[in-house]
Design a protein around this ligand. Structure first.
Ligand SMILES: [Zn+2]
Length: 556
């Protein structure tokens, strides 16, 4: 619960860097809100990080990253085999070779890659306590009796259709469980170089749950969009979501200039009346409206109605969708199994699409629609590309190197096979290895630069944050990662985009900077008491497993 709101009437403290949630969670000069909880340690003078630039991110503080291979992800700025990035306060003030920086502190980036942090446009961070709990699952039970069916996500996490047994983890979450799950999951991604997240935790059982999630995003200290979605398991009976968005936007997240800002959840599988309400509220509040769009929840005909390619239908509650239309303010996740006609409308209205490659392939969402997007981009000559989403750690890592490699390998598998099938698999050469021109519906192979773009600037555009982050551009805020190319798994670097996408993983993420502030330094997160957090996370895990009556079995 937000302490400041308890001091009287609700206030706008969206500009406060840290908020206290519990009475023992007090803001301190040393470590921010979570210091009182012991989750963030005050840095001892001798600890790692002692030689990090002092007071980084504070107004007027300058430091320079020297001599790195700088991949800006801004085509107007380009790439540099050997250049510097100057940071002043929160912002990047210059990028280029041999910058003069006066007496600014220096970070030596020789042999390292300097690039913008990764941006995750769809993540259910609250599920961190139940990581890898259902690794074999598909989305919905298909009654095969296999592990994939028995572990299904819909019942075991969301608790769909299972009352009164309450087997879903989600409905049992208390606000404190939300806080530690979100905080630990956020720090984990920060450690892996993901500096911005769109958190779609469907855990809004009450106002306290929502405030706990926002508190955790702020305590994490990275850039975040708080997605206000429904209460999975329906604990709130519909009373807090979606109307609670008005309170949150007006009292807690009113500034669009803070590290943590807001997106409206507008799921279309909750019935036409709720869709109308959530989309209307979100748009009235000036927010983006995001939704999961995938065929297994009956959404294909709904998207056909929202895009106007099929007539409106009155649903079981007697409500229709007339007057509710998709627009450039929509962020759609997955987009698997949608009709060709609806796809064209989505592309032409400028709606954004986030693809969760590993999850969609594993959990029977359907084929990740990358070829579809490439075909529409070519057909209409528009900027229509995905951003990347990690989705759920119940099933797969939230690491972005996995995201990029999955995107590239999945797309190339399909395209390569299509090309091989143009021939006969037998000599002559041009039949076993068909040569262009290829049919127009076979898009070009994705390359390393493509997936890096998906993982950085596309994510920024899709969250309306490209004025602040997504590339190393003077004037943007400094969300920067330094990746070590000297490690055993990478050295020698011969192609920077290739090294990052095909060789690297989290152990190469040496330094992480968010809005100018150094958060990870020489391989270690700064000012974090991970031991204390692990105990909290285990307590929550034990509680949730107990509530659903599931044995804790490490080898099920
Ligand atoms: Zn999702």
């Amino acid at each position: 619960m937000c302490i400041l709101c308890y001091q009287g009437k609700p206030q706008d403290h969206s500009r406060d860097s840290q908020l206290g949630r519990r009475d023992f969670l007090k803001t301190t000069a040393a470590g921010g809100a979570a210091a009182g909880l012991g989750l963030f340690a005050t840095r001892p003078a001798t600890a790692n990080g002692d030689d990090a630039p002092e007071d980084s991110g504070k107004r007027g503080r300058r430091y320079i990253i020297r001599g790195g291979a700088v991949m800006t992800m801004d085509p107007k700025v380009g790439d540099f085999p050997n250049a510097d990035v100057l940071i002043e306060g929160k912002k990047i003030s210059a990028v280029g070779p041999n910058l003069h920086a006066g007496g600014a502190a220096e970070i030596d980036a020789r042999g390292k890659v300097v690039m913008p942090g990764f941006i995750d446009t769809h993540h259910h961070q609250a599920w961190t306590p139940i990581r890898s709990s259902i690794p074999d699952s598909i989305l919905i039970n298909d009654f095969t009796g296999t592990a994939s069916a028995e572990q299904n996500y819909a019942i075991n996490v969301l608790g769909f259709g299972a009352a009164p047994a309450r087997p879903g983890f989600a409905e049992h979450y208390r606000p404190d469980d939300v806080h530690i799950g979100e905080l630990y999951g956020g720090l984990s991604q920060l450690d892996a170089g993901v500096t911005t997240v769109h958190d779609i935790s469907q855990i809004h059982h009450s106002k306290e749950h929502s405030l706990a999630a926002i508190q955790a995003l702020r305590d994490t200290g990275r850039r975040a969009k708080f997605g206000f979605f429904e209460s999975a398991g329906g604990v709130d009976g519909g009373s807090w979501y979606p109307s609670g968005a008005n309170f949150l936007r007006n009292n807690v997240l009113s500034s669009d200039d803070s590290l943590v800002t807001m997106v409206m959840g507008g799921e279309v599988y909750l019935g036409n009346a709720t869709t109308r309400q959530s989309w209307t509220i979100g748009r009235n509040l000036g927010l983006q409206v995001a939704a999961h769009i995938l065929s297994p929840f009956g959404i294909r005909p709904i998207l056909d109605q929202l895009t106007g390619v099929s007539p409106d239908v009155v649903d079981g509650s007697g409500a229709d969708l007339r007057g509710i239309e998709i627009g450039a303010d929509n962020l759609f996740v997955h987009m698997t199994g949608m009709s060709d006609a609806a796809w064209e409308k989505v592309a032409l209205t400028g709606a954004k699409v986030s693809i969760a490659f590993p999850i969609e392939m594993n959990m029977r969402h359907g084929m990740p629609p990358i070829l579809k997007m490439q075909q529409l981009k070519a057909k209409f000559g528009i900027d229509f590309e995905p951003s990347l989403s990690v989705d759920v750690e119940t099933n797969m890592t939230a690491d972005f190197f996995t995201q990029m490699r999955s995107a590239m390998t999945m797309q190339r598998m399909v395209v390569n096979q299509k090309i091989l099938e143009l021939g006969t698999f037998s000599p002559p050469f041009t039949s076993q290895w068909p040569l262009p021109p290829y049919p127009a519906d076979i898009p070009p192979l994705l390359n390393a630069r493509d997936v890096l773009r998906f993982a950085t600037i596309n994510g920024a555009k899709h969250l309306r944050l490209d004025g602040k982050t997504g590339s190393l551009t003077s004037g943007k805020e400094a969300d920067i990662i330094i990746l070590d190319g000297n490690h055993l798994n990478v050295f020698p670097m011969n192609n920077v985009p290739g090294a990052v996408v095909t060789m690297m993983e989290r152990s190469n993420v040496e330094t992480v900077i968010v809005a100018g502030k150094v958060r990870k330094w020489k391989g270690k997160l700064l000012d974090v008491d991970l031991g204390r957090m692990r105990r909290e996370l285990e307590n929550t895990r034990d509680f949730l497993y107990g509530e659903v009556g599931r044995p804790q079995n490490l080898f099920p």
